[in-house]
Write a new protein. Structure first.
Lengths: 291, 315, 419
């Protein structure tokens, strides 16, 4: 196979688009796991929940799935608050968050999955959108709208989260909570309240990412498990607790996947991604942009 | 009870159980018991690292699959009999555990958890692309026609083998728990920094227990290809092994060797029963709900209740 | 005294006789229990449920006719969760605890293979549903399989595809093979490689991808870069959708595309992809255009389609359900003909006879597969919009092969069908 410029350019574009989508899925983990130290392994389950909500509204009323997901994101925000409350009361307050908290989220993952199976059945579901089958072309390079629209919305969301964290009092409190809870208390901020809201934001991003997912590919309830490794990989690769790091990690994984697929063999793409992660953990555990 | 006595008793009990149950005419018992025993080994193995040391291994399925695929490899290469597969599978899984531990145990526990998850993915892709052991198509491992010890069917044999291996895993687990090693591990679990400062060789201990834990998980997988006759990557790497090997010790109790045993027998049996009674998505739901209930309401598992009850009685 | 004793003995004999008679009568009326595991949860549950519905329709039909050998048919089934690990437990439970009279398989290679040792130890006749060449390793003479892939499934599967390819003018010289990392695609690709060798096609691309890939366009671009004249794809539903979409997005230029996509046989993918399917060549097991050739199938499908809507499974039912029904018909006819449940006689009868089923006449080869392959190679065209009703009517699916079902000619090249 000849390596042409068109192929190379397409591989880069495909990798970036994919990375943008990965960033949307992982930004929530970057908040909950990277900043709050809550190992929310059920994050992908909430993504799937988001997919199904987008699906059902799209199916019944024909609204655009991504618009729907943004509209219902306050619901996910509330869900996140409730979930964090339970988590705090049962685990964090008792100082047993690490292992049992993990198991708790594992359980939540399964309960969500089964609930979706019982309501929607096990078939793959998909949505119809106006841009789903449209592709823009710029010379030899293709821009499938199915990936471009989620990419753009994702960028807005991720950068929005980053600006929020760095430019608002509350956002800085979230960043501070990861470092020094006592100092925060002394400043008159309740760290639990801060963590609750931050966790709620992370779940809200999962809901929106769910709509992206179902725009990009068909979804069934158990598919969330496939993404557990991915979202944590993105978060750790980029650097714990850094939104920009997550963005970078997502692009690296997206590009790694698209380059392996194009030039080497698609079968090895996940091995390359996760091999990268293992190497990062072994040699630079703070991640690419870690503190 | 000293370790030596315990080992003798455990093996004797296993032998006696294996012998007595051979009288059961119903083959279903053996398939069901095989599966429960498989989970006993997995849960016990996971607990050596996860329970004693506090490091969560998400990659149980990967080590289980290493055991299974080592058997497949030796079967394909040399038509090697089962014992070769068992020994080799245990060793290879132990080595993989050693490697993983060496690379990542210097880090915080949660990084180890993620590394184990990543390792599972990498290994999965590797197996899928390795045609010699069947690749994505899967491999057939035919049960031998000649069955030793005059047993009626092959399932009787692998059930007995599984029983022995479960006893062995429990002995290993108990020896580690009761030794100075076990106390070192507990110190790591409670406060790693303090343990390090008071002279506990934390890294060495962690690596050792990872290796033991992973080796036993591999051992659990070695009989699996014979049990199914057919094995393919997605079932060997099934998430259910990772989930159950975490859920069972949590439900049983993670502080001692008995917790995973109780958890595995309980949850394993419930799953077997649910499968042939309600038979639907409820199976997964039960694991999920039990997991959430136990970690929120009974954080020390069933053994936690037992201990509390004993203490009250002692007073 | 003697009289009393005699009468007691006589009474005892009488009672015994009566009891035996009653038992005999009860036996005749005892239901005929058929056991199986079926995927009702897990990745293949959609198909498993559809198959179950078809089998239940068969059961109700048979019972309405008075059962088999005068016995009502009853099912005992468990959810195998699409996991092979559950299978040995399920079948030993069925045979030893539930004491079923017969067993059939669940859906797919994954859950058929682990049941084989149990069947072989007990010398049971085993009718199976859509396993891929399982018997090649076991060589069990009481194994039968209802998917019409023919005696050499790997090759039979893509025969029609390569026949159509070589029928193009001028003959193609290059082929690209691509498929998912899973058991079915691996087998289909193996067969395709054999065809390539036989027909002298040069393989310019031969790679697999992980089934949970998100974006397939890099793969399609890599294929396009090798400029193959024919592209053979072997995939499962989610990646079938991904590949077809990517082929459209990239604007793949090739003369023939498709072959072994699992998924477009079902309503879900047909409606989702809609016009994107136009031009794709793919296997199917039934086409509405052939209605006249399968006279009873229409009746079955209307029953099935009514139930499928309620149970939220594939509302068309062209793929698996008729064959699940046919599998039970074969068993039914074999039991009725041999007048009993003697497993040897049943197996023998199935080997020797031709069966008249809803999916046509079926004969089995020595290895238990269909004696002749009847994988239909078809081409989608004229699909507009995403409405499901259009697929129930003739005209969206041209059957290219086998010859006796042919309804039209291949329209090549693939990308011209998009205009």
């Amino acid at each position: 196979m000849e390596v042409s410029w068109a192929l190379l350019a397409n591989a880069i574009i495909a990798g970036l688009l994919l990375g943008g989508f990965y960033a949307a899925m992982s930004v929530g983990i970057s908040i909950s796991f990277g900043m709050l130290d809550v190992v929310n392994i059920a994050h992908p389950a909430f993504i799937i929940l988001g997919s199904y909500i987008a699906y059902i509204v799209n199916d019944q009323f024909g609204f655009d799935p991504i618009v729907v997901s943004v509209v219902v994101s306050p619901l996910f925000f509330l869900l996140g608050m409730v979930l964090y409350r339970i988590y705090y009361l049962c685990f964090e307050r008792r100082g047993q968050e690490s292992l049992r908290g993990l198991a708790f989220f594992f359980g939540i993952l399964f309960i969500t999955e089964v609930a979706l199976v019982l309501i929607f059945g096990v078939d793959y579901r998909m949505v119809s959108s106006r841009y789903g089958d449209v592709t823009w072309r710029l010379g030899e390079v293709g821009f499938p709208m199915r990936l471009v629209v989620p990419f753009l919305v994702s960028m807005v969301m991720v950068i929005g989260v980053q600006l929020f964290l760095t430019h608002t009092f509350f956002g800085r409190a979230v960043l501070a909570v990861a470092q020094d809870q006592l100092a925060l208390r002394l400043m008159g901020v309740n760290p639990v309240r801060v963590k609750e809201l931050a966790f709620a934001i992370s779940i809200a991003t999962a809901g929106v990412a769910g709509a992206f997912l179902i725009v990009i590919q068909p979804v069934q309830p158990a598919i969330g498990r496939e993404f557990i490794g991915l979202v944590f990989a993105v978060c750790v690769l980029g650097g714990m607790g850094s939104i920009l790091g997550t963005l970078l990690g997502a692009f690296v994984l997206g590009l790694a996947e698209s380059f392996t697929s194009t030039f080497f063999g698609p079968s090895w793409a996940p091995a390359v991604s996760f091999g990268l992660l293992l190497a990062t953990l072994a040699f630079r555990p703070s991640g690419l942009l870690g503190r | 009870m000293s370790n030596r006595v315990f080992a003798v008793v455990a093996l004797a009990v296993a032998l006696a159980l294996a012998a007595v149950t051979q009288l059961i005419p119903n083959e279903y018992f053996f398939s069901a018991a095989y599966t429960v025993l498989l989970f006993v080994i997995l849960a016990t193995a996971w607990n050596i690292l996860g329970g004693y040391t506090g490091y969560v291994n998400f990659g149980s399925a990967a080590f289980f699959a290493i055991g299974a695929y080592t058997t497949v490899f030796f079967y394909n290469a040399f038509k090697a009999p089962l014992p070769v597969g068992i020994v080799a599978g245990t060793l290879v899984a132990g080595l993989a555990g050693l490697g993983l531990g060496y690379l990542t145990l210097r880090l915080r526990g949660v990084f180890f958890a993620i590394a184990s998850l990543a390792l599972a993915v990498v290994l999965y892709i590797f197996i899928v692309n390795w045609d010699y052991v069947g690749g994505a198509r899967g491999a057939y491992v035919l049960q031998p026609r000649e069955i030793p010890f005059g047993l009626p069917r092959y399932i009787h044999l692998i059930y007995a083998v599984q029983l022995m291996m479960a006893a062995f895993a429990l002995v290993v687990s108990r020896v580690i728990e009761k030794s100075t090693l076990g106390r070192g591990l507990a110190a790591i679990r409670d406060d790693e920094l303090a343990a390090e400062c008071s002279g506990v060789p934390t890294l060495k201990l962690k690596i050792f227990s990872t290796m033991m834990s992973c080796a036993l998980m591999g051992m659990a997988g070695t009989t699996f290809p014979y049990y199914l006759s057919y094995i393919e990557p997605s079932s060997a790497f099934s998430l259910s092994y990772a989930v159950n090997s975490i859920a069972m010790p949590l439900i049983g109790g993670m502080m001692s060797w008995m917790g995973p045993l109780i958890g595995a027998v309980l949850l394993g049996t419930v799953q077997q029963l649910v499968q042939v009674t309600i038979s639907s998505a409820w199976n997964l739901l039960i694991v999920g709900v039990l997991l959430v209930l136990f970690v929120t309401l009974a954080p020390n598992g069933i053994m936690g209740w037992v201990d509390a009850w004993r203490r009250r009685k002692g007073r | 005294m003697t009289g009393t004793r005699f009468s007691m003995l006589g009474r005892a004999v009488c009672v015994l006789g009566l009891a035996l008679g009653l038992a005999g009568a009860a036996l005749a009326q005892q239901p005929l229990k058929i056991g199986f595991g079926m995927s009702l949860t897990g990745p293949l549950a959609g198909n498993g449920k559809a198959a179950l519905i078809a089998m239940e329709i068969w059961r109700d039909d048979v019972n309405a006719k008075g059962g088999i050998l005068g016995r009502k048919v009853e099912f005992v089934y468990y959810d195998d969760q699409t996991s092979p690990a559950t299978v040995p437990g399920i079948y030993t439970k069925l045979l030893d605890v539930d004491k079923v009279d017969l067993v059939v398989s669940g859906y797919g290679t994954n859950v058929i293979a682990p049941a084989m040792p149990i069947m072989m130890q007990r010398n049971l006749t085993f009718m199976t549903l859509f396993g891929l060449n399982v018997n090649s390793k076991f060589n069990y003479d009481r194994y039968f399989q209802i998917m019409p892939a023919g005696p050499n499934p790997a090759v039979g599967w893509s025969q029609g595809f390569f026949d159509a390819a070589m029928g193009m003018n001028p003959k193609p010289k290059t082929v690209a093979l691509v498929g998912a990392d899973a058991e079915y695609p691996a087998m289909a690709l193996e067969g395709a490689r054999e065809h390539a060798k036989k027909t002298g096609l040069k393989i310019v691309y031969d790679k697999t991808y992980p089934p949970n890939t998100v974006d397939y366009s890099p793969i399609v671009r890599a294929i396009q870069a090798t400029n193959p004249e024919v592209v053979f794809v072997a995939s499962y539903p989610p990646d079938s959708a991904g590949m077809v979409r990517a082929a459209n997005e990239v604007g793949l230029k090739t003369r023939m595309f498709g072959g072994g996509l699992v998924g477009p046989q079902f309503a879900a993918l047909k409606t989702q992809l809609g016009p994107l399917l136009n031009g794709v060549v793919n296997y199917e097991f039934y086409a509405p255009d052939l209605g006249g050739k399968f006279p009873f199938l229409e009746k079955f499908l209307s029953k099935y389609q009514a139930r499928a809507v309620v149970e939220k499974v594939d509302p068309l039912g062209f793929y698996l359900p008729p064959y699940a029904y046919a599998m039970m018909q074969v068993l039914d006819q074999a039991i009725t003909a041999t007048k009993g449940l003697d497993q040897a006689k049943i197996a023998d009868y199935i080997h020797k006879s031709e069966f008249d089923t809803f999916v046509g006449k079926v004969r089995f080869a020595k290895n238990g597969e269909w004696a002749v392959s009847r994988v239909m190679m078809t081409q989608y065209n004229g699909i507009s919009g995403n409405d499901v009703e259009q697929f129930k009517k003739p005209g969206r699916l041209t059957v290219l092969s086998p010859r006796e079902y042919k309804t039209g000619e291949l329209k090549a090249p693939y990308h011209d069908n998009k205009k």
